[in-house]
Ligand binder design. Structure first.
Ligand SMILES: Cc1cc2nc3c(=O)[nH]c(=O)nc-3n(C[C@H](O)[C@H](O)[C@H](O)COP(=O)(O)OP(=O)(O)OC[C@H]3O[C@@H](n4cnc5c(N)ncnc54)[C@H](O)[C@@H]3O)c2cc1C
Ligand code: FES
Length: 1374
């Protein structure tokens, strides 16, 4: 059999964007992503960075501790459309997959479409690209190709439906499908709203009024005009996803040549059996059964297998069979196909209860992973992972509750087992193959012959940080019950129930048998339910290492209560009457259905954006400055043509390196070894400290406050390898020995740092001044809060593109380094110092950065320097692309801090004095931490504190050094201010909003707190914006509605809050260069880096405006002639740092100065020519200028002298689910005084994006460390940034152009997200009030502290982990 295959085997053939690819041999573990990026020109599929070999920077990597966190399928940046052809049905199937998990051999005979296949700048952009650009849905652009493909797939599939013809320009897609199409794709820049709008613009049912701010139409234009302005989508002539040539080849497709590919595709169970037998007797070859290979996303196996067996082509494993007894699903059927089949179950085949059960299973499955994972992930793979690897599966839990059976083959033995038996089986025979799963059809009384009035109830539950966006649950559950009216008393009797719980930190899902036994035969009452919850609490107990164990147990109790709760109490009597025929039985049925649906609606329906509004004041005074023009490069970002550092093709002979991080603080390295005595495969050398040239320095980065070494000590080594994969392997097998003898105890907390006087100095010019007389302020107070404490944690940047650089040696000891960095100038100087060469030997080039948020300022330098050192030493190009886990460990992120405050205040809430003691954890090097005291205070001063004194210490610990992250210090300062205000309000039992109001600055107090930057009194717009927000968001009416909601709802509470933000703006010196070429086109260089914030766009607008003062034909229309080019540190020096939200504004000033010079030089010639010719156009003027030797290139260095202020406001309303701790942001309203916006579209994007990143900080993103201070979050599985389903359901933003200043939009809006936290606190307060009332006590304590981030476990804990039990006790007592 195997011999035959070898003879007949074929080559691996597939198509990418219509082009044929034939691969004659390949390692079977090669992924589609790897192939596309390394062997094709289609680089739009973005790489979640792989591992490389290591530069050890501080301590050692302990062997076996490193996992491969790279390719996890969790971000969507590598999504492609996979199309398969069925020659029998002559049908093409199109669906998205993660190319990082798809094995190349599995796409034999398939066609792949990437965003390049949709269109390009050369052949014309696809309307998807154009609409992404026009709706301002692409900022850094790293995520955009994946988003485009996800949308394209939704469009292609919508066209296959039999829905009515859509109106011209639209597709058959629905709005809800459009939103869901991108629900699993991550974006760190935009805040998702514009992306959703771009997608919805294709939907046939879209209301044009609901589409957000864009560059296609202006407000007030008619629907027809709007439609006509959208780039036309012709749904009939969509791109062919499967080329004809491949269809022909497919008709004769055969298995791949086994010898060359080590890839089997058995087509029958017998063939599979003999294969397994064959390999079982040949133990030398490792084999792996594979279906979608998505399991790799979780387990990241380090070793590859020799041979893969693709079991998708075996009919028994891929069938779906339905009969009256249920639905049998082959093990290789994908989750998406299973959902389809379950949803198709109808009354013709099954009874209505059975259909209800199938549909609920399908609904639950829709929340597993993301669409692009579900499309290739198999049901069987999931269950086998649950069985073998204890994966926290959803499928095993829901199928356990419905009594599913599995069909298993071991050797020649076939078994049918209950799923429960299967899960409990020891792994005796790991060669067992799961063939199929049978989900029985349920009907009332299935287990009971005598009951006639039985009703079947079924529900599934899942508590996850993100309802839709690829997040494993804290716990899942599914309950099935048969109930009937009790014959002997009032109430509902449970005849049968099956209760399954899983994913809570247990080996596999379980049936809660004891609870079932207890409940069966009981009439439901509060006391029965109470006993049942106690039993559940005792059974659902997570294993030792599980996080938030008490929370998970309380979820189980909450869900059980939610399921049975509505069948008890007054409602039980009514339902029982219905069932007994005293009431209309169909009414009962409705009620039951409603009961189920209500629960479903309230707690589980995916919550995507319901509406959004953007109000933007436009001004044409300085045209095109102030215009909402499309971001420069947005379309090429969408089409995948934009080039990021890792997209630059590796030069010949390129080597690869990486970092190994330390796992123990302060350890000394003794040496690095590999298991075998020789170097691992592919490793060409080990660099060390000694490789730094004699005249060089051990320096990896520098800031104003000092330098950091590249090598932690002399014994660290840098393995360098020929390929990425070999480098990864070497890093993984490296064993670093280190010396722990006579080590001091590491400093792992700010308290320890204070004890040991381990501090960084803050230069006096950076340390803020106290305000007022604190003793007097305290004396004036009627009340005091003394020494209250708050702790704030860190936040990771989560830029989609991690740190990366490529260094290429050049002639005469020179180097070109391509770096994804926010401050190329600093890297330039650092590299020169490290290598001991003059700075003119180094050139650092940065074109675009895939998200920075501050993390690519200082932390990008060691990466660039390490590449440069290796390239210099080895005389070969060297590249580093840091993997996500290492990046997360090295990045440091936002500064954690401990705050102790004492505050004095009057009885009316007016604060008279605030004393703060702040300990900032800066980590092991200063980085830019000394700026923190100033930035914290700057934001904290937004209220009039009367007197404000503080003692702020920047602590040196042995943790990774922290760096600036978007709004560094300001976000914490703003939070501290709100926390103090909340504390004052709760102490006085006053409304928080009243206390905020009374402490807002008057112009006089503003002057006192902000001295030179407070501006004129008319520029102080905060009070008017404060009122405006109250009006535009109907704040006062909504408070009444919220109160009413809280009065009538027990298990959901709402909160509302509004906060002000005052932001001090300081510009930095920035260079610019504008050159006019002979054809009249203009090339611009600026010091600032395009990070997605729209810097290039604003600069283009400013250049177009500034040059328009030359009075000639065409000078007013130069926008399209201007190109901003990459930053090159030799071409434009003194580029500085792109940070602090002001670089766009400063760069605009710099280029305006250049343009003024050019205008001055051109004006005399222009006037002369006008006189001679009467009229002159731009091109002629420039040509003449060239000929007459006018200098057409101008440089400038803009040195600012102003500091100004901006004011913003924000209101948020949230809803908290008291059973799960889940917070839903119902609505948010932002009013932002932008001063004078250079481009309101870009600013809007910055505001929304920053705000959503703030939601991440305040509500979602945990960046935990272990007891050694090592970050333990290692990627998308554990670090949860916001997704489409966690942003505000209604999101309104208003940008004011008060005209006073030009204000930045990149950072301040992040501070506004504190309001979501405040609103959550308000909702929790209501929950606690209610909880106290159940105990018969009078509520008095409202001074609880809500941690940051306010994750589900945190919120639930404050709402009462035992709230259900306490409620039931209260009801029992009534
Ligand atoms: C980003 C992401 C998010 C996810 N989120 C969730 C979630 O929220 N909830 C959830 O329940 N799951 C989740 N999953 C898990 C997902 O459902 C599984 O990875 C998937 O179902 C496995 O199927 P596969 O076909 O890809 O298996 P593969 O990766 O091909 O195989 C997985 C393992 O099972 C073995 N195997 C496969 N089929 C058989 C068979 N028939 N008989 C014997 N052995 C077999 C393979 O040898 C391998 O060891 C997520 C996965 C990813 C990547
Ligand atoms: S635009 Fe989405 S990650 Fe930057």
């Amino acid at each position: 059999m195997l011999e035959e295959e070898r003879e007949e085997g074929k080559n691996l053939v597939f198509a990418v964007n219509g082009e044929r690819f034939e691969v004659s041999t390949v390692d079977p573990s090669t992924t589609l992503l790897h192939f596309l990026r390394s062997q094709t020109p289609f680089k739009s599929v973005r790489l979640e960075p792989p591992l490389f070999t290591a530069i050890i920077r501080r301590r050692s990597l302990v062997k076996g501790e490193a996992r491969f966190p790279s390719l996890v399928g969790g971000c969507g940046a590598c999504v492609v459309l996979l199309s398969k052809y069925d020659p029998v049905l002559d049908r093409v199937e199109d669906f998205t997959v993660s190319s990082c998990l798809t094995l190349l051999c599995s796409v034999n005979g398939c066609s792949i479409t990437t965003t390049e296949g949709l269109g390009s700048s050369k052949v014309g952009f696809h309307p998807i690209h154009q609409r992404f650009a026009g709706f301002h849905a692409s900022q850094c652009g790293f995520c955009t190709p994946g988003m485009c493909v996800s949308l394209f797939s939704a469009l292609v599939n919508a066209e296959k439906t039999h829905r009515p013809e859509p109106p011209q320009g639209f597709s058959k897609l629905t709005i809800s499908e459009a939103e869901k199409a991108i629900a699993g794709n991550l974006c760190r820049c935009t805040g998702y709203r514009p992306i959703a709008d771009a997608c919805k613009s294709f939907a046939a049912d879209v209301d044009m009024e609901d589409l957000g701010f864009n560059s296609f139409w202006r407000k007030g234009e008619s629907k027809e005009v709007k439609v006509s302005r959208l780039p036309l989508y012709k749904h009939h002539s969509e791109i062919c996803t499967f080329p004809e040539f491949l269809k022909k080849e497919n008709k004769s497709a055969m298995a791949l040549d086994l010898e060359r590919y080590c890839w089997h595709s058995p087509v029958s169970v017998q063939e599979l059996q003999s294969l397994l037998e064959h390999y079982d007797s040949n133990k030398k070859t490792s084999i792996k059964l594979v279906v979608g290979n998505t399991g790799m996303g979780y387990y990241k196996e380090v070793e590859d297998y020799d041979t893969y067996v693709d079991i998708r082509h075996i009919p028994e494993l891929s069938m779906i069979r339905k009969d009256q007894t249920g639905i049998e699903i082959g093990a290789t059927v994908t989750i998406s196909k299973a959902i389809e089949a379950l949803n198709e179950a109808n009354g013709g085949d099954f009874n209505s209860e059975g259909v209800m059960v199938f549909k609920k299973i399908a609904d639950h499955m829709e929340k597993i992973a993301t669409g692009f994972i579900r499309n290739s992930a198999s049901i069987g793979g999931n269950l086998v992972m649950a069985w073998k690897n204890h994966f926290p599966s959803d499928i095993s839990t829901i199928l356990l509750a419905v009594g599913a059976m599995v069909h298993v083959m071991t050797g020649h033995k076939y078994e049918k087992l209950m799923l429960e038996e299967f899960l409990e089986r020891p792994l005796l025979d790991s060669t067992s193959v799961l063939l199929s799963i049978k989900i029985p059809c349920w009907y009332p009384g299935r287990n009971l012959t005598s009951e006639t009035k039985t009703v079947l109830l079924f529900e599934t539950y899942r508590a996850a940080p993100r309802p839709l966006g690829s997040a494993l649950p804290h716990l899942n559950a599914a309950f099935l019950a048969e109930v009937s009216p009790c014959n002997t008393s009032d109430g509902i009797k449970i005849n049968n129930c099956q209760l399954a719980f899983g994913a809570y930190g247990t080996k596999h899902a379980i049936r809660a048998r004891k609870v079932e036994e207890f409940l069966i035969g009981k009439v439901l009452s509060f006391s029965v339910l109470y006993e049942a919850t106690k039993l559940v609490g005792a059974i659902v107990v997570p294993e030792d290492v599980t996080s938030s164990p008490a929370y998970r147990s309380s979820l189980a109790v909450g869900y059980l209560f939610e399921f049975f709760g509505s069948l008890t109490g007054e409602r039980a009597q009514f339902l029982s009457d219905c069932l007994n025929g005293y009431n209309n039985s169909s009414l009962f049925k409705d009620l039951r259905i409603k009961q189920n649906r209500d629960q479903f609606d309230q707690t589980k329906l995916p919550t995507l954006i319901s509406s959004a509004k953007q109000v933007v004041e436009l001004s044409r005074e300085y045209y095109p400055v102030g215009e909402p023009i499309t971001k420069a490069g947005a379309a090429i970002q969408a089409s995948g043509e934009a080039v990021f550092v890792d997209d630059i093709t590796s030069p010949a002979n390129c080597l690869y390196g990486a970092f190994i991080y330390s796992t123990k603080p302060l350890a000394r390295i003794k040496g690095l070894e590999f298991e075998s005595k020789s170097l691992p495969r592919g490793v060409t050398g080990l660099l060390s400290y000694k490789d730094i040239p004699e005249c060089g320095e051990n320096i990896g980065s520098k800031t104003l406050f000092g330098t950091e070494p590249l090598f932690a000590d002399e014994l660290t080594r840098v393995p360098v390898a020929d390929t990425q994969k070999n480098a990864d392997r070497a890093a993984n097998v490296a064993v670093v020995n280190y010396d722990m003898g006579n080590l001091e105890l590491p400093i792992l907390s700010v308290e320890e740092a204070i004890e040991r006087s381990s501090l960084f100095e803050v230069p006096s010019f950076l340390y803020p001044h106290p305000i007022g007389d604190i003793t007097k302020g305290m004396d004036e107070a009627d009340h005091k809060i003394l020494s209250a404490e708050i702790k704030l944690g860190s936040q990771y940047y989560f830029y989609m593109e991690t740190q990366t650089a490529l260094a290429v040696p050049d002639e005469d000891n020179c180097l070109v380094v391509y770096s994804s960095i926010q401050c190329p100038e600093y890297a330039h100087a650092t590299i020169a110092r490290c290598l001991g060469i003059p700075e003119h030997n180094v050139r650092v080039i940065t074109r675009r950065v895939g998200g920075g948020f501050g993390g690519k300022a200082i932390k990008a330098m060691p990466v660039a320097t390490a590449c440069a050192l290796a390239a210099h030493k080895l005389c070969r190009p060297v590249r580093i692309y840091v993997n996500r886990k290492t990046d997360m460990i090295m990045a440091g992120g936002r500064h954690p801090m401990k705050i102790t405050y004492s505050v004095g205040f009057k009885s009316n809430g007016k604060v008279t004095a605030l004393q703060l003691d702040i300990l900032i954890d800066a980590g092991l090097s200063p980085d830019v931490s000394p700026i923190m005291p100033g930035t914290i205070l700057e934001a904290l001063k937004k209220y009039d504190w009367g007197a404000l004194h503080f003692d702020i210490k920047v602590c040196k610990t042995n943790l990774p050094s922290r760096s600036a992250m978007r709004a560094p210090g300001e976000v914490q300062g703003s939070f501290i201010a709100e926390a103090v205000i909340e504390h004052v309000a709760s102490t006085l039992s006053m409304e928080v909003d009243t206390v905020r109001n009374i402490n807002l600055h008057t112009y006089n107090s503003l002057n006192m707190f902000y001295e030179n930057s407070s501006g004129e009194s008319m520029e102080y717009t905060l009070p008017s914006i404060w009122d405006k927000l109250a009006m535009s968001s109907s704040f006062n009416q909504r408070i009444v509605t919220v109160n009413e909601f809280n009065r009538i709802n027990i298990w959901r509470k709402r909160g509302i809050s509004r906060v002000p933000v005052v932001n001090e703006v300081s510009l930095r010196q920035t260079p610019g260069k504008v050159s006019i070429l002979s054809d009249g086109s203009v090339v611009v260089e600026v010091g600032g880096i395009e990070l997605g914030q729209g810097l290039w766009t604003k600069v283009k607008q400013m250049v177009a405006f500034a040059l328009s003062s030359i009075q000639c034909v065409g000078s007013g229309d130069l926008l399209e002639k201007i190109r901003v080019v990459q930053s090159d540190t030799l071409s434009l020096i003194q580029g500085g740092l792109t940070a602090g939200s002001t670089t766009s504004e400063s760069s605009c000033e710099a280029v305006r100065l250049c343009c003024n010079t050019l205008v001055e030089r051109l004006t005399p010639l222009n006037e002369r020519l006008l006189e001679q010719m009467g009229s002159i156009n731009w091109e002629t003027l420039i040509l003449q200028a060239h000929q007459q030797a006018v200098n057409l290139s101008a440089c400038s260095l803009y040195v600012p002298d102003i500091t100004s202020m901006s004011y913003l406001n924000y209101g948020a309303a949230v809803e908290v689910n008291l059973l799960t701790g889940q917070t839903t942001i119902l609505r948010s309203d932002i009013v932002y005084d932008c001063g004078r916006s250079l481009n309101p579209a870009v600013d809007l994007g910055q505001i929304e994006g920053a705000f959503v990143q703030g939601i991440g900080f305040f509500m979602l993103e945990e960046y935990p460390t272990n007891s050694d201070g090592l970050v333990i979050s290692n990627g998308t599985w554990t670090y949860k940034i916001p997704t489409m389903d966690t942003i505000p359901k209604q999101f309104n933003v208003e940008i004011l152009n008060s005209g006073h200043h030009r204000e930045p939009s990149g950072e301040p809006p992040l501070l506004l997200a504190v309001s979501v936290h405040c609103a959550t606190r308000a909702a929790i307060k209501e929950a606690r009030k209610q909880l106290t009332s159940w105990s018969g006590l009078v509520w008095s304590d409202s001074t609880f502290h809500l941690k940051v981030p306010a994750t589900m476990p945190v919120v639930k804990e404050l709402c009462g982990l035992d709230s259900v039990e306490r409620y039931l006790q209260w009801r029992m007592g009534k």
